[in-house]
Design a protein around this ligand. Sequence first.
Ligand code: HEM
Length: 444
Amino acid sequence: MSGPRKRAASPGAPQIIDPAKSPPLYVPIGMVLAGLVGLLALQALIIYKAPMIFGPFRFNPAALAAVHLFTLGFATSVMVGAFHQITPVMLLGRPVEGRWALLQGAAYLAGSWSLVWGFYHSAGPWITAGGTLVVLALLVFALLVVRAMRSATQWTVAGRFMAMALSFVLGTAIWGLVLAFNLRFGFLPNSLDYSPLGAHVLVGLGGWFMLTIFGVSYQLFPMFALTNRPGGASGHIVLGLLAAGLWSAFLALLLHLPAPVTAACLLVAAAGTVRYAADFFGMMRQRRRPELDLSMRYGVTALAFLAPAAALLLLSVWHRPLAVPGAWLFLMGFVATMILGMLYKIVPFLVWHFLMKHRRTKTQRLPKLDEMFSQGAAKAGYLSWTAGVLLTGLVLLGGALGWWDAPGWWEARYLARGSAIPNLIGSLLFTGTILQVLRARPLD
Ligand code: HEM
């Protein structure tokens, strides 16, 4: 008996997106809402704990809690839901069963929040128990996504990026768990060695977040900006360079290979990023819709933050405090800004599709996607969010370069609290508009 026929979507050919393959609506929406709770809690923590969060980052309970509230409580929560949604719809595979996704999502959230709680209170058992639950939940997540991928009948570049990203999220979490046990039992020889931490951060930020975002953008940017998709070969080169460069740099750090070896591996990954940038500018140049909608504006802003973030993270090898503004711009500027932008497309579309499926009659009218939420509030949210990321980035850069060392009203703690407020306002406006979308109903 032959299985489902697989076809690789050729670059020029239209790729089929089949919303009928979606999992139950509560799977992606539940994880989005959980992620937004994480984002709001993060803003509250930043304002409450400023500037301790911005102090020396190693073994700093508030910084560890904030980083993992972001990476696990917000970003990965949303991405788990998005993977369950996008994989079957884009690759035309079997959607995940709702109860499995629910079980896995609940275990993941319980583990993530326990880990964050443990970091905040420096409570070893919470850290190791929460971390173990996160790893187990992510293993089940990967199995469920791979199951959907194995039944796929159409493979795209984005799908291959997502498959590779799964290996990175597992690598990040499993190695993170080793570090968590090390925090408690101290079995790694030198506690001041930065290589094991660097390996964890590299595959988390580069392999899980950046690689997923690049891959998904190959699918979504051409749809949102009405532009041509770059040739498939280009996407595969980017994927190959990033995956090879990041995994080999991870190993080089774990094995303590000489610094030039790690640098060479990172150069390979950097070449992948440069090639992606060329593809991105190509897509932007050829777009047939000149003005950018809100979602694309978020997307372009996110990529603009990536350049200074990467430069600061690189420079932090020589001047370690620069890692703080670098990580801020990478996480809040690049990852979060991109996620918020994508959600402005994905959530209204999912709700619209749900309403369409459950219409009372075929003639019942539905709101258009951008009629589902207040455009004014959404634009104000974008401006406030972007201003907050930029301001706090500057405050942190000043902190790293010693600009605020003298006491006075410009002390880091006042500046950090003040600059975090526009971010909080931006997150609240974003959450408010997403809740508006969820309340959308047929027009008559
Ligand atoms: C996508 C997932 C993750 C990302 C992107 C990520 C990122 C990071 C970052 C940026 C740091 C540095 C923070 C600092 O030193 O202040 C860090 C540290 C750490 N992470 Fe994660 N993390 C992730 C998941 C996890 C998980 C699941 C665990 C536990 C199972 C974990 C355990 C740790 C530990 C123990 C440290 C401190 C290590 C040390 O300083 O020796 N992380 N992580």
